[in-house]
Write a protein that binds this ligand. Sequence first.
Ligand code: BES
Ligand code: MN
Ligand code: ZN
Length: 497
Amino acid sequence: MEYAAKSGNPEKQRVACVIVGVFDYRRLSEAAEALDKASGGVISAVLRRGDLDGKANQTLLLHNLPHTLCDRVLLVGCGKEREFDGVRYREVLRTALKALRQCSARDGFSYLASLPVRGHDLGWKLRETVLASEALAYRFRAAKDDEGRDARLRSLTMGVDSRRTLEEAENHLRTAEAIAAGTLMARHLGNLPPNVCTPTYLAEQALALAAADPAVTAKILETADMEALGMGALLSVARGSRQPPKLIVLEYGADRDETRPIALVGKGVTFDSGGISLKPGAAMDEMKFDMCGAASVLGTFKAVSQMKLPIHLVGIVPASENLPDGNASKPGDIVTSMAGKTIEILNTDAEGRLLLCDALTYARRYEPEVIIDIATLTGACVIALGHHASGLYSNDATLAKALLAAGEATGDRAWQMPLWPEYQKALDSNFADMANVGGREGGSITAACFLWRFVEDQRWAHLDIAGTAWKSGKDKGATGRPVPLLVEYLMQQVARA
Ligand code: BES
Ligand code: MN
Ligand code: ZN
């Protein structure tokens, strides 16, 4: 899809479909008003007949409006004007873009971004448009016959108020395309079947990112390298698998070495059967999504590299399968992590923290400004927060606040959970420095506490994305979250510097 910005009157646009908003009750937006005038009152006559009141998410497609150059006009209900906020904008946008894709228009021209939205600027509105449009255009299978009509739309132009904002708008669109590309990359990696998306495949994706941009470097640590580093926790997860584990190390903007990097660490379990502590069979296929943390790191690198964000970023992905096998870890096994702390593995299904603890220790070598880890870590987080918010834990209030704000701004929201030392007791072990599980109660919190033991005073945040990284049911598929949150956070860091 191609995106552009253009100023000018709606009746003068020579396109297949112009999109304009109508507020409740029968109140035309500026662009709708212009079309109504040009056509001699056709739109107001249609509204008077009662075919559309302007209630949120109503749509009506009009053809061949007199004295206009477009083939169609799509009227979209925006609800009450004073209730038109960011959430409503997003909803209405999605409705409009869906309707646009359903007609056979090859190009669209939307005036929705010129509607004032409380608390949001033009950049935000354009970004949301591109992200929503790209999300709707994405299909896991590139060519599915029954959705052939979808393939028609090729370009979307956004009407902006004046020529003076055009250049700014084009810049916003390029940024938005980069975020969308990163989000879709994460989504696609998540959706790939686990016999394709193995640790080796993830490593290849990292190498491809590096090959495409001289600002990105990728280094892959193999089993022997990890053995030399003493990553006993990470390696214990891979013991039950025929697929070799990989520790993927990405770096972007390393020439900005005067700045300490921001480090992203993403859980990359390409399939989580639970190991010897085998999961029940129902919906086990969804454990192919257990690498969505890793995917979000790769996707964020993709976005940052495409938009050439001036930042120094390190990405670390411990990648492995978690399978049962004669050689797999057993409940009761004790392993020694890279940090030297010993761990009693009471449940082989709590494998994410075993990978992450060594990856976090490794990340500290870069003396990062902050470390953010992203992981589909616990089913308990889904019980606590459902599917709308990612669980956020942090030992640093400033970092937590910035991540929460980035989530709000993008709609890719997080909710802060308690990281209190009181919860640490649950991880006590009679046989090692700690156990890898802390019981059912507060399961997402004790998992975060486990990771905390390995970052200590290093500024750090942990995003438990078990509830947000993918959808189940008839819409089953990865979401690409939390790439929008992460990129927004990084952009904010650049803006602040
Ligand atoms: N990848 C899972 C977490 C998960 C489960 C995410 C279901 C989304 C849906 C993780 O490795 C895991 O198995 N966690 C266990 C931890 C438990 C053994 C303490 C869990 O949540 O059951
Ligand atoms: Mn598990
Ligand atoms: Zn897992």
